[in-house]
Design a protein around this ligand. Structure first.
Ligand SMILES: [Fe+2]
Ligand SMILES: [Fe+2]
Length: 351
């Protein structure tokens, strides 16, 4: 009776959200094998890649090596000019010691927020997997992905502990929303996979930009970024493939809701990761007007947000989800612009 009632509530919430509710039911055997399809083959390839190439947070990072030591006067923590804060006159005019202190805090705040986002992914991911049928290759691959995320969380938390343990991390609204968003993994998986992209794309872009420009960063920073980029390529590829496979079969209301809500998820996800939370801004001693100038309505911040989601615009164009009924949402939320011509197209051409 209780289970039945809970299922009814889940179905009701999903219907209100305009989505086909994916109520968690016991896994069951497939009646007959599925024909071999491209999508299944993609999942098998991704699963095999996860078996052959993976990282362990405490084996693949030399945390205690002398070159990894975290020193207070290490200028490699100074933010590079590619960071919007790093390029701002307020930051550039700080004494060297303060630039190091603020740089360490800012970089660690992004790492910590990234780990909190990945905990959200675990929460929604396990909800999603409990409804996947026996024999479905989605289960194996996505469980590999969640396993990898546990190592990313360990790696990011260890980095935080060593580099700047005072960091607060994600803004309060995101921390309060995490339990609710986790339920989307079963109630509205299409939006959940869009939210995965809303968190993974900004982190991936920031890390690639940092490494591509040859920034002389601290080796702990560059090592965890290199590991993360290597595994995120699979994760982002799976989120794209999942949406390509399932979005065309959503009902029209669900498709419309996905087209309108995804830009909201993108904007909220990007801002949560890129802009330090109020608690971290206070710890860094950053004036509010600097926050407005760096990440407000200025052209630098707007171009940066557009750049983050060029790949998602390409995907949603391909899926027919950016239409005259939904593009207003992308414009309103500042994540519109030209779609990428191919995955991971460099910024200037894609923005
Ligand atoms: Fe990750
Ligand atoms: Fe990931």
């Amino acid at each position: 009776m209780v289970v039945h009632t809970l299922r009814s509530i889940g179905g009701y919430v999903g219907a209100v959200a305009g989505a086909p509710a994916r109520v968690i039911t016991p896994a069951r055997p497939r009646p007959r094998p599925r024909p071999c399809r491209d999508y299944d083959q993609t999942l098998r390839t991704l699963s095999q890649a996860s078996v052959e190439k993976y990282f362990n947070a405490f084996k693949d990072v030399e945390w205690d090596a002398p070159e990894m030591a975290v020193e207070d006067d290490d200028e490699r923590w100074i933010l590079p000019a590619l960071d919007l804060l790093g390029a701002h006159p307020w930051y550039r005019s700080l004494p060297r010691a303060r630039q190091i202190e603020v740089g360490r805090h800012r970089l660690t705040a992004m790492v910590k927020t990234g780990s909190q986002f990945e905990q959200l992914l675990l929460l929604g991911g396990t909800q999603f997997l409990m409804g996947v049928d026996n024999g479905d290759p989605e289960f194996r691959y996505f469980m590999h992905e969640l396993t990898e995320e546990t190592h990313h969380i360990q790696m990011f938390q260890e980095f935080t502990n060593r580099v700047c343990p005072d960091v607060a991390g994600a803004p309060g609204w995101l921390m309060r929303a995490i339990p609710l968003v986790g339920h989307l993994g079963s109630l509205y998986p299409a939006l959940f996979f869009a939210i995965i992209l809303a968190g993974e794309e900004p982190i991936d872009h920031v890390q690639k930009d940092y490494l591509r420009t040859g920034t002389d960063g601290h080796p702990l920073m560059t090592r965890i970024m290199a590991i993360h980029i290597a595994e995120e390529a699979r994760h982002i590829g799976f989120a794209h493939a999942w949406l390509e496979e399932h979005a065309p079969r959503l009902n029209p209301v669900s498709r419309l809701a996905l087209g309108v809500l995804t830009p909201l998820a993108m904007r909220l996800g990007a801002d949560a990761i890129i802009i330090p939370s109020r608690a971290d801004r206070e710890l860094m001693g950053m004036p509010d007007e600097v926050v407005r100038e760096v990440w407000g309505a200025g052209p630098g911040a707007a171009a940066f947000r557009r750049h983050l989601f060029a790949d998602v615009r390409m995907l949603f164009d391909d899926l027919g989800l950016r239409t005259p009924l939904t593009t207003w949402s992308w414009r309103l939320l500042g994540v519109d612009g030209r779609p990428a011509r191919f995955r991971a197209e460099p910024a200037p051409a894609a923005a």
